[in-house]
Design a protein around this ligand. Structure first.
Ligand SMILES: Cc1ncc(COP(=O)(O)O)c(C=O)c1O
Length: 393
């Protein structure tokens, strides 16, 4: 537990709550994804963590970007990323955003309805259309298929519809749901892709992109599904699919790129003994970085560690700082006895944490710091950090 002690000690001077990002880990995660899926081009899903230095790290690792809004697109363009390295796979875009994308020559755009195709034709004429095709999201922590996606059997008629509006039928995109830990779901999704590619070929529609979306799991727990297992299933299915030589395979991970690169640090600001047990109140909660910790936010099993491992273990409900009853990131956690002022490390917190923070109740959005800035003894910290995490893989 040397690493936790070091990180807490080294950041004592920084007011909590904050996220410490290990930018080297961002790049290493991109390498891990590439090793697991050698054929796929990686486009980082910016929504997951749009921090400028995270984006720069992705850029340095030659990753592309998947954007869903003005500010995401602007942040990436400001780095000097060329439009051909930016795609927008959000199936619903406002007319203004479409005009903006068109002006900046970002033309690989998703759609999943006739109405969206009409908008594309009007505000982003000539765009390359990527249809969001519905697949099962079983086994994912955050299903996304209720809100978006055409049924596979509707895909061909929508491609015809796109062509009739002067758009280019370009490819399909899927999403198995975020943190998808069921291999069969990945397998089934690839079978759906195979079916649509087959039908497109029969209909003389040449597809140039198969986008696998997000969903790659982060290793929150020892038994989390590994990237390599997902990679093996995808590679096997892709080999069967026999994509045309000029067809690009892409993946748009968010979580798998940044989750393990972030460590969230929060302080105990209150304690209480109540009829149902012990409570500890933190200076960050559901509205300030820990949305995904609570069951309505997904119930991600973030590992938590503290400095005082010699204290007796206690069971705590860990509440956030606001007056809201929903602000209860952790219902039940066994931790060494907590005292006011203790700092907690919440590991694997780089994804959808600061990105989902607000200023609700007057508490600030948590700051972001970088491991190489806070840790002057970087190599020692980086090494122990990596060693601790590798125990979880
Ligand atoms: C279109 C699209 N692509 C990629 C992602 C990233 O997903 P994940 O963080 O699970 O990798 C999302 C997440 O919502 C998404 O909507």
């Amino acid at each position: 537990m040397l690493q936790q002690i070091n990180l807490i000690d080294l950041t004592q001077h920084l007011p909590t709550p904050f996220l410490v990002i290990d930018l080297a880990e961002v790049q290493e995660n991109i390498s891990r994804i590439r090793r697991a899926l050698p054929q796929a081009e990686v486009f980082y899903a910016v929504k997951c963590n749009a921090d400028r230095r995270v984006l720069e790290s992705v850029q340095q690792a030659n990753g592309g970007f998947e954007v869903a809004s003005f500010s995401e697109a602007e942040a990436v363009l400001q780095l000097g990323v060329p439009p051909e390295r930016i795609i927008c796979l959000h199936p619903i875009k406002s007319p203004d955003f479409l005009r903006f994308l068109h002006r900046h020559r970002i033309d690989v755009l998703a759609a999943d309805s006739v109405s969206e195709l009409d908008k594309l034709a009007e505000y982003a004429p000539g765009s390359r259309v990527v249809l969001r095709v519905n697949v099962s999201n079983e086994g994912s922590v955050f299903p996304l298929n209720r809100k978006f996606g055409v049924e596979p059997k509707e895909a061909i008629s929508l491609f015809h519809c796109a062509a009739s509006r002067g758009l280019v039928p370009y490819g399909i995109t899927i999403h198995v749901g975020s943190q998808c830990e069921r291999l069969e779901t990945w397998r089934d999704a690839l079978a759906v892709c195979q079916q649509v590619f087959h039908e497109a070929k029969r209909a003389n529609i040449k597809l140039s992109l198969l986008s696998l979306g997000g969903g790659l799991p982060a290793a929150y727990a020892k038994d989390s599904l590994s990237l390599n297992k997902v990679g093996a299933v995808i590679c096997e299915a892709i080999a069967r699919l026999e994509l045309p030589a000029d067809c690009t395979l892409s993946i748009e991970p968010g979580r798998a790129v940044v989750a393990s690169a972030g460590t969230f640090i929060t302080t105990v600001i209150g304690l209480a003994e109540r009829a149902e047990g012990k409570w500890a109140y933190l200076d960050a909660g559901v509205y300030h970085g820990l949305f995904e910790a609570c069951p309505p936010g997904g119930g991600i099993p973030f590992p938590i560690s503290v400095n005082y491992t010699e204290r007796p273990l206690q069971i705590y409900k860990l509440g956030g700082p606001t007056c809201d009853g929903f602000d209860l990131p952790f219902e039940k956690r066994s931790l060494p006895e907590l005292h006011i002022g203790d700092r907690l490390l919440i590991h694997f917190a780089g994804a959808y944490s600061t990105a989902l923070s607000s200023t609700f109740n007057g508490f600030s959005v948590p700051a972001i710091h970088y491991l190489d800035d806070v840790a002057t003894e970087l190599s020692a910290i980086g090494e122990t950090h990596a060693r601790w995490r590798s125990g979880l893989r």
